[in-house]
Design a protein around this ligand. Structure first.
Ligand SMILES: Cc1cc2nc3c(=O)[nH]c(=O)nc-3n(C[C@H](O)[C@H](O)[C@H](O)COP(=O)(O)O)c2cc1C
Length: 189
């Protein structure tokens, strides 16, 4: 495979994952750094991909710790793994946060099914529930929308690693602000 083909296949996999819940890259590990400098990692669903601009869309609750962490330190890493073939995608870049009042979040919200919307209608993520029955509060759609945010990740680099029996392969790619490929090279795995 050529470097160009590796880059294209990685992004084609990501694009497919945004549309297919069964895809390996549907769930990515979003890594940020907290105020104390500790690395923080959590799984997120890949909701959308703009291949030309190298953008990935993720949805989250703006009350979650990650929202605060990322608004303070927008440099993040997204890590994904596909088992067949065994490929790791390690994307580094920066995140742009679109809060509940933004057009971007409003548009994304309008496309969500009620089942997904309801995941934003509970209490603040990470707060103790105690004895309170989860379904007691009368929540409405608008309550959920007030906590819904869209995170747009812009890839600056892709580190592609394929695990093979003997000859592992690794390639690194860089993109400019518009998403154009600016460098690609094979590196030692
Ligand atoms: C498979 C899977 C997918 C998840 N997808 C999301 C997601 O798309 N957005 C999100 O905010 N949390 C998602 N979560 C929950 C996060 O991993 C995390 O536990 C939660 O958002 C709190 O993260 P924080 O405390 O670092 O802010 C998902 C968890 C799992 C197991």
């Amino acid at each position: 495979m050529t470097l160009t083909a590796v880059d294209a296949s990685a992004w084609a996999e990501l694009e497919a994952a945004a549309a297919d819940p069964q895809s390996a890259f549907r769930y990515l590990n979003l890594c940020s750094v907290d105020a104390a400098g500790r690395p923080q990692a959590r799984m997120v669903v890949l909701r959308g991909v703009d291949v030309a601009r190298r953008l990935l869309e993720i949805h989250t609750d703006v009350r979650s710790p990650k929202w605060q962490e990322i608004s303070a330190k927008p440099l993040v890493t997204l890590l994904g793994f596909g088992p067949q073939p065994k490929v790791q995608l390690r994307l580094q870049g920066s995140a742009e946060l679109h809060g509940p009042a933004s057009e971007r979040a409003a548009e994304a919200w309008s496309l969500l099914p009620l089942s997904t919307r309801s995941t934003y209608m509970g209490g603040p993520p990470g707060d103790e529930i105690g004895d309170r029955p989860a379904s007691e509060a009368a929540v409405t759609d608008a309550d959920g929308q007030a906590f819904f945010g869209a995170l747009i990740f812009r890839a600056e680099t892709l580190d592609w690693f394929q695990l093979r029996h003997a000859d592992n392969r690794r390639a690194v790619f860089a993109y400019d602000h518009l998403g154009a490929l600016t460098s690609s090279r094979w590196v030692n795995p």
